[in-house]
Design a protein around this ligand. Structure first.
Ligand code: SF4
Length: 379
């Protein structure tokens, strides 16, 4: 009976290890740190046990890095610990996997310990592009892993794809989309390449050594993705995310609807009790702090009402159905027009926003210019 009163929570768990760093990647992930994996998992399990047992877990996302890079023993150790938590019956439990790093045994372990969704980072189906962006796998390895996961019984699989990549043509992108829809995954994420500071691509870009598609070509790629995916039964529910009916990612919607979540592991972030909390980045310090019962928080920021209103708007507008005016009022005790009236009218006039039946959302053109629309909502 006591369990009935536990607060619902979503967990993000970070695995910061990768076999090799991709050239575009600015995520907190490292290659060459394998010697810390075992101790890291022990420390992570301690953090999980100390912070999570008074919640009812609604969704879990193990991301990275490359969670599937853990060996069978470490993977089992982590999943076993997670399975001691109060897991909801309809839990959505995702693990990010990189092609080439999955084995039958790993997939069996995941299945046994209630993982019910895989998110596979494929990015491109063309070998020369995969190589050029620093991916370590081939399309064939991806395909083998995908089919193996199906054989073992995974019925909810996401595939990540990227466009706007160096030397990628519209035709390449079209082929990638067509090849992937043929495999019939439940969910597809299609992201455009962003050149982030601190990455190899950032340096190459500054030296004019990246042959990137033009802005117009990139826009065409995005429109093509929307067209092909729609024709194949994928419903777009967020700027970069498409799913089969009923297969939207619950966990991501937690972020976009400004619900609470708890981040565990190095570099993870939490949003809880109105606070944004960020864990430290250094793996060795993280292990040491956990071993010595010290905090692993690096930064705690208490969101004020303006932060919350801004985040509610620009996270919510990422979703195709946008935000609900009544929800804004219920959360912030203010009418949305009192805060954003002029901005909403301005963007409706520019045909970038629509206001309809109590909701505000981006028009198809607004989706293309989403960054500009969202920046208007910063108070
Ligand atoms: S596998 Fe993912 S996390 Fe690791 S370096 Fe590549 S993009 Fe980054």
């Amino acid at each position: 009976m006591k369990e009935l009163f536990l607060k619902e929570m979503s967990l993000y768990i970070h695995i910061p290890f990768c076999k090799q760093k991709c050239l575009y990647c600015d995520f907190p992930s490292y290659s060459g740190k394998e010697k810390f994996i075992s101790k890291y998992i022990d420390a992570l399990n301690e953090e999980i046990k100390s912070k999570v047992n008074h919640y009812k877990i609604k969704s879990i996302f193990i991301g990275g890095g490359t969670p599937s890079y853990l060996n069978e023993k470490e993977l089992k150790k982590l999943l076993k610990c997670i399975n001691t938590l109060n897991l909801e019956k309809d839990l959505e439990f995702t693990i990010e996997c990189n092609p080439g790093s999955l084995t039958e045994e790993k997939l069996e372990i995941m299945k046994k310990y209630n993982v019910n969704r895989l998110s596979m980072g494929l990015q491109s189906t063309k070998q020369s592009i995969l190589k050029e962006i620093g991916r370590i796998h081939t399309f064939e390895e991806f395909e083998n892993n995908y089919l193996l996961a199906r054989k073992i019984g995974f019925k909810n699989i996401n595939i990540d794809l990227m466009f706007g990549l160096p030397n990628q043509s519209l035709e390449d992108w079209k082929n990638a989309l067509n090849k992937i829809v043929e495999l019939n995954p439940e969910h597809i994420s299609a992201y455009s390449l962003i050149i982030e500071e601190g990455t190899c691509f950032y340096n190459l870009y500054n030296q004019n050594k990246l042959n990137l598609p033009s802005e117009d070509e990139e826009r065409e790629m995005y429109l093509l993705a929307r067209k092909i995916l729609k024709e194949n039964g994928y419903y777009q529910y967020e700027i970069s995310n498409f799913s089969k009916e009923g297969k939207e990612c619950y966990h991501n919607k937690v972020y976009w609807t400004l619900k609470e979540y708890l981040g565990l592991g190095v570099s993870s972030s939490s949003y809880i009790n109105g606070k944004r909390i960020k864990n430290i980045d250094n793996i060795e310090n993280y292990i040491e702090n956990i071993d010595n019962n010290k905090s692993v928080n690096e930064e705690i920021y208490i969101n004020n009402i303006n932060d919350n209103m801004e985040e509610f708007m620009f996270m919510g507008l990422r979703m195709i159905k946008g935000i609900e005016e009544e929800e804004f009022k219920a959360r912030f005790k203010k009418d949305i027009d009192e805060v954003y009236g002029l901005i909403i009218v301005k963007n409706i006039k520019r045909e970038l926003l629509v206001r309809n039946e109590g909701r505000i959302y981006l028009t198809p053109h607004g989706i293309e210019l989403s960054n500009s629309v969202m920046s208007d909502f910063i108070i």
